[in-house]
Design a protein around this ligand. Structure first.
Ligand code: P53
Length: 477
């Protein structure tokens, strides 16, 4: 492997999310969230897309977030394992409904605030920096039922109150923040990304982009507040990234690929450059979308631009305008990419493209001229435990090795990168499918898709590999 040079203080670590790890879904005064009503199985996809309402648990359905991997009770053990690997950072999210069980309670829930205080203290004890996502896919269900979630302007100020409550409480403990996880997921999985449920005959684009405007304003308010309340902190945005390639050199395909990327860049253009890009205004006009804005919104967007660009990268995408080519869509990917004949796929149909990470990082850096933070990357795969209790996940090591090397190349290209937190350093519930079987971890968790298992933690072969990577600051891959 080529030698790479990572800057001193590079934030090596992992990333988890409250709804996929904590469990304890009604403990400590927590309210229900959208994800708590997302079952595994057949209905999941329709619910995630906002086409089917799910506000009440149903008999016979399994809701994996309810127990998840029980991080809520086992965080000390888990953090000790992260520390053993030498983590410099742990990205985690706060569950809004632990702090405000109904989303708009007059006062925050002390038990919820205390839980994250304890988690941060545990991390800091080992010198691990918490990197906090304020909203990672779980909207308090009460806000969805009463207000229609992010379609309603009310959410903007409720989110601001939630965010400032966090800044006030954790200002001495947390110096890296992120507003919305994969903000562009709102377009692809509207219930997961923004708690949206559509009614018959509604113009989905109108609702999605109105909700997007609300999230963008809410994000800008949070950024402003963070800058005022914690001047020595950095606060970023978070994009589900992955460059879109043109299938051919036909200009129609090239333009299509650019447009596909812009669907996603749209959010970051606003969050990082502070204004709606021209191509978005044209899209609104041509689709007769009428986005309601309040006076002062556009100024706010300009004032609340982010300090860094956080992004997830799993795969690149490919676009074409040729109906024949369009038939070859790869399975399992919310981005519905067509097959790239040059690339292999994971067991879940996600293309594997390390060079795409270098390309994506360069592209984002060229576009925004701000530091990047790779806050998710990894391989979802099936792991087997041998009778000796070993997990030989060479395929995962291979994936990560190549991606870390590609990141090193991007750094050599001149891209500033703050850190790398790979997804699911400990196995957790899949956001897409709700499965446990789709594992990303260096640490194995004994639990299956139906919720059976002891929840016991085991170190995989990749555990030692990542420990060595961190200890050598990326020199030893
Ligand atoms: P899972 C789809 C495509 C790209 C990123 O995903 C995605 C998704 C959602 O499925 O989400 C991010 O668990 C997300 C994490 C999620 C991770 O990618 O479906 O921020 O919450 O777990 C991996 O394999």
């Amino acid at each position: 492997m080529t030698k790479t040079t990572f800057p001193e203080g590079f934030l090596w670590g992992g990333a988890i999310a409250a709804n996929q790890a904590e469990g304890a879904y009604l403990e400590g005064g927590k309210g229900l969230t959208t994800v708590d009503l997302l079952p595994t199985g057949k209905k999941r996809w329709e619910i995630a897309q906002g086409n089917l309402e799910s506000f009440q648990p149903e008999e016979g359905e399994f809701y994996p977030s309810h127990e998840a991997i029980d991080f809520y009770h086992r965080y000390k053990e888990d953090i000790a394992l992260f520390a053993k690997m030498g983590f410099k950072a742990l990205r985690l999210s706060i569950s809004w409904a632990r702090i405000f069980p109904n989303g708009d309670d007059a006062t925050p829930n002390e038990a919820g605030l205390k839980f994250y205080d304890d988690v941060f203290d545990e991390l800091l004890k080992y010198g691990i920096q918490p990197v906090v996502t304020i909203a990672h896919f779980d909207v308090p269900l009460s806000l969805v039922e009463r207000y229609g979630s992010w379609r309603n302007r009310r959410l903007v100020n409720l989110f601001e109150t939630y965010a400032t409550t966090l800044f006030k409480r954790y200002k001495d403990k947390v110096k890296y923040w992120m507003t919305f996880n994969e903000i562009n997921m709102l377009l692809h999985l509207p219930f997961v990304g923004a708690g949206l449920v559509f009614k018959e005959g509604e113009d989905k684009n109108q609702i999605k982009y109105q909700a997007a405007h609300h999230q963008l304003v809410a994000s800008a308010l949070a950024v402003k507040a963070c800058h005022e309340m914690i001047p020595d902190a950095m606060i970023g945005c978070m994009l589900a990234a992955g460059q879109t390639y043109s299938y051919t050199c036909n200009p129609d395909d090239v333009f299509e690929a650019m447009n596909k990327d812009r669907e996603n860049f749209f959010f970051i253009d606003v969050q990082s450059r502070g204004k709606y890009p021209g191509y978005a205004l044209r899209f609104f006009e041509e689709n007769q979308l009428d986005i309601q804005m309040e006076e002062g919104d556009l100024e706010l967007l300009e004032e609340g631009t982010v300090d860094y660009i956080g992004f997830s990268y799993y795969a690149s995408r490919t676009a074409s305008t040729d109906p024949e080519v369009l038939k070859n869509v790869t399975g399992g990917n919310v981005f519905g990419s067509i097959e790239n004949p040059y690339l292999e796929k994971s067991d879940w149909g996600w293309t594997i493209d390390p060079k795409g990470l270098r390309i994506t990082a360069n592209q984002l850096h060229d576009r925004y001229q701000k530091p990047l933070f790779i806050v998710e990357n990894g391989l979802g795969a099936v792991d087997e435990v041998t009778p000796e209790g070993e997990i030989n996940d060479d395929y995962r090591i291979d994936y990560l090795k190549k991606h870390v090397a590609a990141m090193g190349e991007a750094i050599k290209d001149g891209v500033e990168i703050l850190g790398y937190t790979s997804w699911g350093p400990i196995d957790l519930v899949s956001a897409g499918t709700g499965e446990m079987k789709k594992r990303y971890g260096y640490i194995y968790v004994d639990r299956d898709n139906q919720g059976n298992g002891t929840l016991k933690r085991l170190e995989k072969k990749s555990f030692k590999w990542y420990k060595d990577v961190i200890a050598s600051n990326g020199e030893q891959l």
